[in-house]
Design a protein around this ligand. Structure first.
Ligand code: NAD
Length: 284
């Protein structure tokens, strides 16, 4: 039976370490690091995510400023707000909570955020920096958290076969690049992959980021693999679940993340880490 990777505990320990850095920063520079969160509309899931991010800021000692804008907000108003925040020397990190209402175009807004303040790591500059192994850049939070969870098992990734299911710009592609940075041999699977199970069965480390309940079942996993479930879905009873059929997979693998309590808390902890990193760079 697999050991459960306790994302919540690892994230809490990380936040505790960040508290010390945030308090040193405040003492040294006469202000706390600051994260600005922009949310448009009333999407209930987004509201929960924003609340969790603000709570984490309070816990760590990071100032948070949130803009809760009405559904009717225009693209041009968001452009002006980003421009204003880019110039605000005390705004160390800026993030736009996604998804935006369909009228608005996030793809045109994210490039406007100063890459040094892009704590989500979604901009072309930061993604490009990841490709180029530039460690000063801000990498995207969920992939950073996934790597921490994998390393927490004690596994040496060098030479291991890591399979990533999903090729999004936010999770699949960046996590594949980070696994490569750790010298894994990496395969990326996606919606057009033929015989997914044949590939996932060869994985020493399996990262699943698709958004489909029970996509990965026990027969698709190698004995002793490390399995990271990124998916967030609701089952037929409305209960939160991942992409991995937990019971059948946990019987075979060595380590597995639960949903909830795995990748989710780590994403927020890495957002705090990125905000701290951006703040330190901002005052240099
Ligand atoms: P996305 O929709 O952008 O990408 C999904 C990917 O899955 C695509 O690349 C697609 O090719 C692939 N895919 C679809 N069907 C497939 C199939 N049958 N077999 C193999 N691959 C298939 O999603 P995303 O933004 O990468 O997010 C993926 C999941 O992770 C979602 O459930 C999302 O909610 C969750 N998520 C969780 C966190 C967290 O902090 N826990 C953060 C980001 C995303």
């Amino acid at each position: 039976m697999a050991k459960i990777i306790d994302g919540k505990a690892i994230a809490n320990a990380l936040q505790d370490r960040l508290k010390e850095q945030a308090s040193y920063f405040a003492m040294r520079f006469g202000r706390k690091p600051k994260l600005v969160v922009i949310m448009v509309g009333e999407d209930p899931a987004s509201a929960v995510y924003v609340r969790n991010k603000i709570r984490a800021c309070e816990n760590v000692g990071i100032n948070s400023e949130s803009y809760r804008l009405p559904e009717t907000t225009e693209q041009s108003e968001l452009e002006s707000l980003i421009e204003k925040l880019n110039k605000d020397e005390t705004a160390d990190g800026i993030l736009i909570q996604l998804p935006l209402p369909s009228r608005l175009d996030a793809k045109k807004l994210i490039p406007l955020i100063d890459p040094k303040k892009d704590v989500d790591g979604f901009s072309a500059e930061n993604l490009g920096a990841l490709v180029l192994d530039d460690k000063r850049a801000l990498y995207s939070c969920t992939p950073l958290g996934i790597i921490q969870l994998i390393l927490s098992t004690g596994i040496d990734l060098t030479g291991k076969h890591a399979v990533v299911v999903g090729r999004s710009n936010e999770v699949g592609k960046p996590v594949a690049l980070m696994l490569l940075q750790h010298n894994a041999t990496v395969t990326i699977c996606h919606s057009k992959t033929v015989d997914l199970g044949a590939v996932t069965r060869t994985a020493d480390v399996l990262v699943v980021a698709v958004g489909r309940e029970k996509l990965i079942t026990g027969d698709m996993v190698k004995e002793g693999a490390v399995v990271i479930d990124v998916g967030i879905n609701r089952d037929a009873n409305g209960k939160l679940c991942g992409d991995v059929d937990f019971d059948s997979v946990a019987e075979k693998c060595s380590f597995i993340t639960p949903v909830p309590g795995g990748v989710g808390p780590m994403t927020i902890a890495m957002l705090m880490t990125n905000t701290m990193k951006a703040a330190k760079r901002n005052v240099q």
